[in-house]
Design a protein around this ligand. Structure first.
Ligand code: GLA
Length: 580
């Protein structure tokens, strides 16, 4: 017992000594230790204030995107023939006409080798015709093509990915005519919240050939906010620097009025310390954000120089330096937004260069809900996965639905919660379960990405297979119309009654869609008085003496003021309700 206590005491003592020495070294190097610790209490939440940021809004995905993705059925076994056969089958089966227009190549379309210019390229064997030719042929069928990469050094299947290559990869896929881009989260590196102490900044006009320092701004020249302050650092030539710029602690803002407009090299002279990762700052020049990574090594000298190119105008310019990263979610927001900007610029620039109409790229964020993207996703992209990967089993469908339902207020035209691609017709889901899965996704205003082998929906004469249950479900026009309703308001939970969820969403024409979902494993009788919906501020359903109830799976219409029905286990009924 005594030995145990001594060991425990020794461990606590070591931990305290380590913590105190870390704390003191942070302070000595001009870092705010308390700000760095904050991430431990709110690891998943974004701390960056996004309230002033505009929505992503690239003019597309005004209703949830619909199409097909290779992943759920084919995983890493995809090739150009399969993709072309699928595209043809989308047309022949009637799916394209029903609205499924994106043919999305998920992971494993890429070669492990970038080309001689550093660009991504299709697998040299399985996509030997090249991705551009494939896209052209699919476009000729009236369909659009999506591609996939990861916000990391490699994709989830360990193929080359786009973190650090955002601009070149966005330009490459835009030049191929890609119109949908899924950006995964495997092999991600989190941006450090650390920021070095800054001794001074220098500005040099890039048109001058003479070597001279046109303007040097010292710590005293900056207006410091938050906890940022001037600290003494003996090892630096001037002996002082601006510290406490790390982990959102504070910011330093310089004002420049004396330089003529033009492009300038901005050199940040900073303290060097050994770090595990590159440290980071955002330099905002007249509202334009530049990202700066400071190498994590120390080399021989204590002072380092890191440069970017900035644009100054005549008159007053502001240069603001800070590192806003506290949590992983902050890092994600910055990285996903970086790719979003690259995609927007790339499609615009390609259209200008080729004098053709712009093909904006639907931007699908796939970080599995880890950094609460329903909070910031609409500022960064068009849709965001809310959860980890779907599986073709009932518990997975219900879990993804349960979780996504809560975030109904985050979505709207151009910005959607994505509970993952459809598994209707896959695995061992029963017909009721398939109908429920599809209905729930439509109620959630989810993107509808089929995950089937579409070729099975077409017979030998290139006609839709008669009586194919999955095909029938995913082409239910009335349900698709709920999903695609232009008001874009997802369903919210109205009430739970003994294993049955009642969820509802308002529709553009004033109708309300109501779904009764029996989650339980036994049949249920259910009664819903429509007055319950009238009092809901989200649904804004008008009070009336009678309503038309249209049940969308049976296609039966009745007139009533209440729904009284029974539901088999795992089944749904979906009503479109019209005030008479
Ligand atoms: C992750 C994603 C999936 C799929 C695979 C591909 O798991 O969440 O949807 O894209 O990667 O490797």
């Amino acid at each position: 017992m005594i030995t145990f206590l001594i060991i425990l005491l020794a461990i606590i003592l070591i931990a305290v000594v380590l913590f105190v020495s870390w704390f003191l070294s942070m302070k000595a190097n001009g870092k705010c230790p308390l700000c760095a610790i904050k991430k431990l209490t709110i690891p998943r939440r974004i701390t960056i204030d996004t309230s002033d940021a505009n929505d992503y809004d690239n003019g597309v995905a005004k209703t949830p995107p619909m199409g097909w993705s290779s992943w759920n059925t084919f995983r890493n076994h995809i090739d150009q023939d399969l993709i072309m056969e699928t595209a043809n089958a989308l047309v022949d089966s009637g799916l394209a006409e029903a609205g499924y227009q994106y043919v999305n190549l998920d992971d494993c379309w890429q070669s492990s080798m970038r080309d001689e210019d550093g660009k991504l390229q299709g697998d040299l064997k399985t996509f030997s015709r090249g991705i551009p030719a494939l896209i052209k042929d699919i476009n000729a069928l009236g369909l659009k093509v999506g591609l996939y990469s990861s916000n990391g050094s490699l994709t989830c299947e360990d193929m080359p990915a786009s973190l650090g290559n955002e601009v070149i990869d966005a330009k490459t896929i835009a030049s191929w005519g890609c119109e949908f881009f899924k950006y995964d989260f495997c092999h991600n590196s989190v941006i450090s919240g650390d920021c070095p102490a800054i001794e001074k900044i220098e500005l040099n006009n890039l048109n001058e050939t003479q070597y001279n320092s046109e303007l040097t701004l010292n710590p005293e020249d900056a207006v410091l906010s938050g906890r940022a302050k001037i600290i003494n650092l003996k090892e630096l030539p001037s002996g002082k620097a601006i510290g406490y710029l790390n982990h959102g602690a504070g910011a330093a803002e310089f004002t420049v009025t004396t330089l003529p407009h033009g492009k300038y090299a901005l050199t940040i002279v900073h303290q060097k310390t050994f770090r595990r990762r590159d440290s980071y700052a955002q330099v905002i020049v007249n509202g334009v954000m530049h990202e700066v990574f400071f190498p994590h090594g120390k080399g021989f000298s204590d002072s380092g120089r890191t440069q970017i190119v900035v644009e100054l105008k005549d008159g007053e310019n502001t240069i603001k330096i800070s590192n806003p990263v506290v949590t992983v979610a902050d890092s994600e927001y910055i990285q996903y937004s970086r790719m979003g900007r690259a995609l927007k610029n790339a499609s615009k620039q390609w259209a200008q260069f080729t004098q053709t109409e712009e093909k904006p790229i639907v931007y699908s964020i796939c970080e599995w809900g880890t950094g609460m993207p329903w909070i910031w996703g609409r500022k960064a992209g068009n849709m965001w996965r809310t959860t980890h990967d779907i599986m073709p089993i009932w518990t997975s469908i219900v879990a993804l639905y349960n979780f996504t339902l809560k975030h109904y207020q985050s979505a709207g035209p151009g910005a959607w919660n994505d509970p993952d691609m459809l598994e209707v017709g896959n695995g061992k889901l029963t017909e009721d379960e398939n109908k429920s899965h599809f209905s729930l996704w439509c109620m959630l205003a989810a993107p509808l990405m089929l995950g089937n082998d579409i070729r099975k929906f077409v017979d030998g004469n290139n006609n839709p297979v008669e009586g194919n249950a999955a095909l029938k479900i995913v082409t239910n026009k009335q349900l698709i119309a709920i999903d695609q309703d232009p008001l874009g308001k997802p369903a919210k939970l109205i009430k739970k009654v003994t294993g049955v969820d009642i969820i509802a969403r308002p529709l553009l024409n004033g109708d309300v869609a109501v779904c009764l979902f029996n989650k339980s494993s036994s049949a249920k009788n259910i009664h819903l008085d429509l007055l319950d919906l009238v009092n809901d501020q989200y649904l804004l359903m008008r009070k009336a003496n009678e309503y038309e109830l249209h049940e969308l799976w049976s296609d039966k219409r009745t007139t009533a003021t209440a729904i009284s029905t029974s539901l088999a286990k795992h089944s749904v009924q979906v009503y479109r309700i019209k005030t008479l």
